[in-house]
Design a protein around this ligand. Structure first.
Ligand code: UD1
Length: 426
């Protein structure tokens, strides 16, 4: 297994480009491969292991995919298979995105039931409830979800769970509804920028979705969707991670390829903490001229503060003066990184779904372990700010969602090397 050795005490300076959004490209590629009748070409596709895993799922179903640099070519097949097996789905929960499109296109689907993960139980009841509302019969047996329907039929539904809207269920049901008979109204829909990007892609394929970017999506079913060309939106979370990395190293970094509309709450909280953000039409310059201040953060669905930035913000607040409280309302068990940050000298106390952060003057390098992809990112960021060397293991989590993280950070002044278990440079 590979590790990252992060030399601390570096200051980031320069321009770093943001790649395409992982959470947009996954459902978009599914729609292109299953719902469409002809070839699609996606641009600005990040080279991530999650994208490779999804391509394996789509190829297992019978599609042909080719990735060249940042361009992903997807050719659907007429005789697509309807089963997504355990061995593939267990590698990536987002494989559940094939469920709705398969039922809509083929009238049946057999998809392995995704398990829990390091950030909590992550149920899929809303995905199932939404498809049942469209008339699918859904059963769970022997670890698989079986869904079938002669043709899905549009309806009105409220798709909200106890923690608010669901990104995954909104995407799954919206994709299915594009080919349903009649009109579907999804109330309580997720509003994340990647959901809007998916909806825009579906409309370019010939779907008829109204209310994009709002919590009420109206989807008028069509008979057929065709392939199209699409530029995937940039990754808000990668951009936010670079903004935190700039701030935690007292750097001066231009994060290129992001708009303030994609990251409203993160921008607001960084400014509240004392980080200076200077936006223009291509990106944002991040500088941190003074001591950071403590702030309280509540994670909530978009446009609130994203759970996927919680770990990185926690790392930053470790070095702010005063006491901050982070409350995690989306993935309520998502705190494994807190214990790793404490190993680096942070003063964090876990209390249910809250973490109390007493700011410290410095962190010190230590061997630490990435437990999920964002937890991995904060350890790299904290490692850059810490005194001495931090060795981050289980880097495969980071590679799921960050393209060439050490190359991008080294290009703006970090000192990070990737080694294998034998300590050889890679
Ligand atoms: C997506 C993102 C993930 C992000 C999350 C929240 C992808 C591939 N992943 O995950 O990075 O952290 O959105 O922004 O896009 N819930 C239910 N029942 C369901 C589905 C969800 O109760 O059927 C709950 C979840 O447990 C969680 C909340 O709803 O508490 C939000 O989850 P959801 O938005 O569905 O997250 P994902 O789509 O899995």
């Amino acid at each position: 297994m590979e590790k990252l050795i992060v030399k601390g005490g570096t200051r980031l300076e320069g321009t770093v480009p943001v790649s395409g959004c992982k959470n947009a490209v996954l459902p978009i590629a599914v729609a292109a491969a299953i719902l469409s009748d002809s070839v699609s070409v996606l641009h600005n596709v990040p080279n991530l292991t999650d994208v490779a895993t999804l391509r394996a799922v789509l190829e297992e179903l019978g599609a042909t995919t080719k990735l060249k640099d940042t361009m992903l070519y997807i050719e659907p097949v007429n005789h697509i298979a309807y089963e997504a097996p355990y061995d593939l789905v267990r590698k990536m929960r987002a494989s559940i995105y094939v469920l709705g499109p398969l039922v809509a296109k083929l009238g049946r689907a057999k998809v392995s039931f995704p398990g829990g993960c390091a950030i909590g139980p992550r149920p899929i009841d809303l995905h199932i409830q939404g498809l049942e509302s469209l008339g699918a019969q859904v059963q769970v047996e022997k670890g698989y979800i079986f869904a079938q329907a002669e043709r899905l039929v549009g309806t009105e539904m409220y798709l909200m769970g106890q923690h608010g809207p669901s990104v995954g269920a909104t995407a799954n049901v919206m994709m299915a509804a594009t080919l349903a008979e009649g009109t579907t109204v999804i109330r309580g829909a997720a509003r994340e920028p990647h959901i809007s990007d998916l909806a825009q892609f579906l409309n370019a394929m010939g779907a008829n979705i109204e209310g994009i970017g709002t919590s009420v999506l109206t989807i008028h079913g069509v008979k057929q969707l065709r392939g199209t060309e699409h530029n995937v939106i940039s990754d808000d979370i990668e951009a936010g991670t670079f903004m935190v990395a700039a701030a935690i190293t007292n750097g001066d970094v231009y994060v290129e390829g992001i708009t303030p509309q994609q990251l409203p709450a993160v921008s607001e909280k960084l400014v509240e903490a004392g980080v200076e953000l200077d936006w223009d039409d291509k990106g944002v310059r991040v500088t941190t001229p003074r001591q950071l201040k403590a702030v309280d953060v509540n994670t909530v669905p978009f446009p609130g503060f994203p759970t996927d930035m919680q770990a990185q913000m926690m790392g930053l607040l470790c070095l702010a003066s005063g006491t901050s409280v982070i409350t995690e309302n989306v993935h309520t068990d998502r705190f494994i990184h807190a214990a790793e940050l404490n190993r680096m000298g942070a003063d964090l106390m876990l209390d249910g779904r809250k973490v109390v952060i007493n700011g410290v003057s410095h962190l010190s390098g230590a061997p630490v372990m990435a437990s999920d992809l964002r937890a991995g990112a904060v350890l790299v960021a904290a490692g850059m700010a810490a005194a001495g060397e931090t060795v981050v293991s289980r880097v495969y989590h980071i590679d799921r969602g960050y393209e060439a993280i050490e190359k991008k950070l080294n290009s703006i002044g970090a000192d990070i090397i990737r080694v294998n278990d034998d300590g050889e440079d890679l």
